[in-house]
Design a protein around this ligand. Structure first.
Ligand code: 6AU
Length: 363
């Protein structure tokens, strides 16, 4: 850990003023406002459970982490589907959505995986992460994809569809996609006749004045916004998977250092790291750290006691060790909360412990 880096002694409110990335600045403000440095790893198996959990635990967290590919019944509709519903809950409770996709591939492939396909992760996840084993160019590729996407969504696409017989001037519209279908049908007198119908899809772009992506929930009246802060900016952010919590992890010091270099080269897109310790070391490093492999001993037991792993390689540390000693900013907790008898009150217990550890670090 970078022992004496100034960010370790700065309040989240102060870091909200100095962080390089707009979404990191917003996240630090949210942390200060909600007195929370807790991320829920919502590793449940159905979309219904995910949305219920997000709604119940939302008040205690600042980040909700998903693995969309382990959720059955994920609805991919960009306006009304699971991503859009999560986005509405994020606005209502004041948290950011982090899709733990761990991209690792050549640049072109990760661009497509991030912005297209079934899930269209960029549309609903404020944050995602990448393993940079494939090389630093992949970070640039993701950053470019995010920039292009942001430029595009400053405009809302209005689509109108008309169906009918061709009218000559429609063919002059360069924005229109013309699709001609020729159908055969039997005429009344039994002779074969040919009917041509034309479907015209016209797209126009209008400025979108709100940072939200879909208006669907607005229309349905589910439009609550968390009080005390504006909606999250439209910027997208990346966390670099710099160190892992699992036993025998093969990520070397050199790999972690390459993450630090890649982060510095892409300050406008990289928010920080998923790591096991603070990695800020240069005087102007302002990155945020999120750390998984976090669990509290059961209520009533010694807070800093040992917490056993899960038998499948996962290793756990307590919030106080991760925040006070290792210097992380946000603890990522999955089964410690999800498997509790009452997840919302267990989330509150983690939030209080995480915040106490942060205040302890400042002192
Ligand atoms: O609290 P748990 O053990 O139930 O869940 C931890 C969550 C899981 C992992 O996929 C993820 O954190 N994770 C990550 C992430 C966030 O990238 C990195 C890592 O080193 N260890 C880890 O557990 O969803």
């Amino acid at each position: 850990m970078a022992d004496r880096h100034p960010t370790l002694k700065q309040t989240f409110a102060d870091r909200a003023r100095t962080a390089a990335h707009p979404l990191t600045r917003y996240l630090f403000r949210l942390m200060d406002l909600k007195a929370s440095n807790l991320c829920l790893s919502a590793d449940v198996t159905t979309a219904r459970e995910l949305l219920t959990l997000a709604d119940k635990v939302g008040p205690s967290i600042v980040v909700l982490k998903t693995h969309y590919d382990l959720i059955s019944g994920w609805d991919y509709n960009p306006q009304t589907g699971t991503g859009a519903k999560l986005a509405a809950l994020a606005r209502k409770h004041g948290f950011l959505i982090f899709e733990d996709r761990k991209f690792v591939d050549i640049g072109k492939t990760v661009q497509m995986q991030y912005t297209a396909g079934t899930a269209r992760i960029i549309e609903w996840a404020h944050i995602t992460n990448a393993n940079i084993d494939a090389g630093k160019d992949m970070v640039r590729a993701l950053a470019e994809a995010a920039t292009k996407w942001k430029e595009r969504i400053h405009y809302e696409v209005k689509t109108s569809v008309t169906v009918g017989t061709p009218v000559s001037d429609r063919f002059d519209d360069s924005d229109a996609q013309e699709q001609a279908q020729t159908r055969q049908r039997d005429d009344v007198d039994g002779r074969k006749g040919s009917i041509v119908s034309i479907t015209t899809v016209t797209q126009s772009f209008e400025p979108a004045d709100s940072p939200r992506l879909t208006k669907s929930h607005h229309d349905q009246g589910d439009d609550a916004v968390f009080p005390g802060i504006e909606e999250a900016p439209m910027d997208r952010g990346l966390l670099l998977l710099a160190q892992m919590s699992s036993k025998g992890c093969l990520m070397t010091r050199e790999y972690t250092q390459a993450c630090v270099e890649a982060a510095r080269e892409h300050k406008g897109f990289v928010m920080g790291y998923v790591s096991q310790e603070a990695l800020n070391s240069a005087p102007d490093d302002t990155f945020i750290h999120m750390t998984p492999g976090c669990k509290l001993p059961p209520p009533g037991e010694e807070e800093n006691g040992q917490v056993e792993g899960d038998g499948l390689g996962q290793q756990y540390n307590t919030p106080s060790r991760l925040i006070t000693i290792c210097g992380t900013d946000i603890i990522i907790v999955g089964r410690g909360i999800i498997e509790a008898a009452d997840p919302p009150s267990e989330a509150e217990r983690y939030r209080r412990r995480g915040w106490k550890a942060y205040l302890g670090r400042l002192a």
